[in-house]
Design a binder for this molecule. Structure first.
Ligand code: FE2
Length: 389
């Protein structure tokens, strides 16, 4: 740090939501330079991200990708020093559904991944002449028509947490920097699921809902059941579902029988298969209903601590069970479109929220994002121990 530099004070300002919103998260952070962040500021940022779940760190135009990666490693210093989805090579081999888009690491910091849409320029931080193919509506079984999409009608792409759900643990935080944002007019996100729900927003933003708030929306009996139940994820989960299509509202998959059979899967290590509680304790003592529905292979439902365990391994039943709960928060009033502008870094508590990209017409402009997250040093823990069958 230059001795002449006077540090600004880090200020956390909660986002003021419109009156019709029931959103409980989000804050704007100013006075922070991620190229030069002290240990004290790091702890302030960690605490703010846990409290507000999604934060927008303003004015990081000159962020060095090496410092971007440093940020996530400093937040979890004993974790293996690699992106949550492993190296780009590993990701391309076993990333299945997720690796259908062409993902590049920034040459100076390969764990920082370039994602976005459109031509990224002759030389984007050392990546030459690359055209990104973004989180597209072609993931959906019933995408908007070509004409509707051209007119700005779109869908949530895929509600998820950033998590490999095999071998490595889910990152505690994702830090997503906006290098370039589209400039087009507003888009309309349609649920297209028979509910008639829709919302308007700027293009290029990431959508969030809180799984802490979702837990709070459950009845007392459902909370009890959720706390006593657990989930087993598929081995190489994104390969398992690589041929599947998403629901139009972005929440869960359409059941078309396209999951691979276990016999079709590459050999997997049973020790790497993840079993997590349905409810995760958050760092600040709350509870999040954190179940990544598209990757679940088995549910273990237990209504009370003394109940017997019902094992559900039929994807139709798994999806219906989770949809019943998760759809309660999947409404415009609970959804935050994080107000990230060019130069900002959006960061979130990946253990307590779900997020989704939203596709927009090409003509609205290029989107360039740098994404960094680190497979955690620890596994999520729930309020009750996972039962033994
Ligand atoms: Fe993500």
């Amino acid at each position: 740090m230059s001795p002449s530099r006077t540090k600004e004070e880090l200020v956390v300002t909660p986002i003021k939501h419109a009156p019709e919103k029931k959103c409980s998260m989000g804050a704007i952070i100013t006075g922070l330079d991620l190229n030069d962040i002290s240990d004290e500021e790091l702890e302030q940022l960690r605490a703010a991200t846990h409290k507000y779940q999604v934060v927008v760190i303003k004015n990081q135009h000159n962020l060095d990708p090496v410092k971007h990666w440093d940020l996530v490693t400093r937040l979890d210093p004993t974790a293996p020093n690699v992106h949550g989805h492993g190296t780009v090579k590993q990701f391309q081999k076993t990333g299945g559904l997720l690796s259908k888009r062409d993902v590049h690491g920034i040459p100076t910091a390969p764990n920082v991944r370039l994602i976005g849409k459109g031509y990224q320029g002759d030389d984007h931080f050392g990546i030459k002449n690359f055209t990104a193919y973004g989180a597209s509506n072609d993931y959906h079984a019933t995408p908007p028509s070509k004409e509707a999409f051209a007119a700005g009608n779109t869908q949530f792409q895929r509600w998820h947490m950033d998590a490999p759900l095999y071998e490595r643990e889910p990152p505690h935080f994702t830090a997503l920097r906006c290098v370039k944002a589209p400039v087009g007019p507003e888009i309309t996100i349609n649920w297209d699921d028979g509910t008639g729900l829709s919302m308007k927003t700027k293009p290029g933003l990431t959508a969030f809902f809180s799984n802490v708030q979702l837990y709070d929306l459950l009845s007392e009996e459902e909370k009890e059941m959720a706390e006593n139940s657990w989930v087993e994820y598929a081995p190489f989960p994104y390969m398992w579902i690589e041929n599947c299509k998403g629901n139009a509202n972005g929440l869960g998959l359409v059941t078309q029988g396209k999951e691979h059979t276990m016999e079709e899967m590459p050999e997997w290590n049973p020790d790497f298969v993840k079993t997590y509680p349905m409810v995760w304790n958050t760092a600040d003592g709350r509870k999040a209903l954190q179940v990544h529905g598209i990757a679940v292979r088995k549910l273990f439902i237990k209504a009370t601590p003394t109940s017997s365990v019902e094992v559900v391994d039929d994807v139709v039943k798994i999806r219906a069970f989770l949809h019943n709960w998760q759809s309660r928060i999947h409404k415009p009033e609970y959804i935050l479109m994080a107000p990230v502008e060019e130069g900002d870094v959006g960061m979130w508590d990946n253990w307590s929220v779900f997020h989704s990209a939203v596709d927009y017409p090409d003509a609205y402009g290029v989107r360039s994002m740098h994404q960094a997250n680190l497979g955690a040093s620890d596994a999520p823990v729930g309020p009750r121990p996972i039962g033994v069958l």
